[in-house]
Ligand binder design. Structure first.
Ligand code: G3D
Ligand code: MG
Length: 201
């Protein structure tokens, strides 16, 4: 997949757009899964050397999605180290969507990732926040397959109120990221429509 120059820097004109053109997304996952790489790959369209995130990174990125036109994403990349995870809740309280990044090679910590993912989904259940789960590092030879990851993360056990999509990716190159974002965007719009209809009843 080519990312080309479909992604460009933020522009202040876009800060007053209606919600469907301007979304808040929280990027979560265990430390070293590739969260910051995902964020900066989208932001700069180039590989940057990352350092473990101490506080958080926040970036506004304008992305041209195929069918949906240009959407401004406000990304919050919260650190994944254990001591930072209690902070996740405060970021997901008013997020439009979550990107949960998983290291496809790290079989040892897949259980831990599953636990955190389900905890997170549970805490957001009432809001029905859609989740894009990124199976990252698919470029590595010993990466687990999508089917294996889906099973290890017990995605089928996620409640009906949490729409999700599992997306393979290689964040250092950018493979899969736009496709994933597009799916997340679709899920967010669908969820909004559903909530609106429920309110009418
Ligand atoms: P985090 O923000 O989730 O903690 P980082 O993770 O983005 O800091 O990435 C952790 C390490 O994984 C980095 O390597 C980064 O280059 C690497 N990485 C991220 N995405 C990919 C990928 O798709 N493929 C491969 N092979 N590596 C990836 P270092 O060596 O700096 O720790
Ligand atoms: Mg980081």
């Amino acid at each position: 997949m080519k990312m080309g120059n479909r992604i460009s820097d933020q522009s202040s004109i876009f800060s007053n757009l209606p919600f469907w053109k301007s979304l808040h997304i929280t990027i979560l996952g265990l430390d070293s899964a590739g969260k910051t790489t995902v964020l900066y790959r989208l932001q700069f369209n180039e590989f940057v050397n990352t350092v473990p995130t101490k506080g958080f990174n926040a970036e506004k990125v304008k992305v041209a999605l195929g069918r949906s036109g240009t959407v401004t994403f406000h990304f919050w990349d919260v650190g994944g180290q254990e001591k930072l995870r209690p902070l996740w809740k405060s970021y997901t309280r008013c997020t439009d969507g979550v990107v949960f990044v998983v290291d496809s090679v790290d079989a040892e910590r897949m259980d831990e990732a599953r636990t955190e993912l389900h905890k997170l989904a549970h805490s957001m259940e009432s809001q029905g926040v859609p989740m894009l789960i990124i199976a990252n590092k698919q470029d590595l030879r010993n990466s687990m397959t999508l089917a294996e990851i889906e099973k290890m993360l017990a995605l089928s056990e996620l409640g009906a109120s949490t729409p999700w999509h599992l997306q393979p990716s290689c964040a250092i190159i950018g493979d899969g990221l736009l496709e994933g974002l597009e799916r997340l965007y679709d899920m967010i719009l669908k969820q909004r429509k559903k909530l609106k209809q429920q309110k009418k009843k």
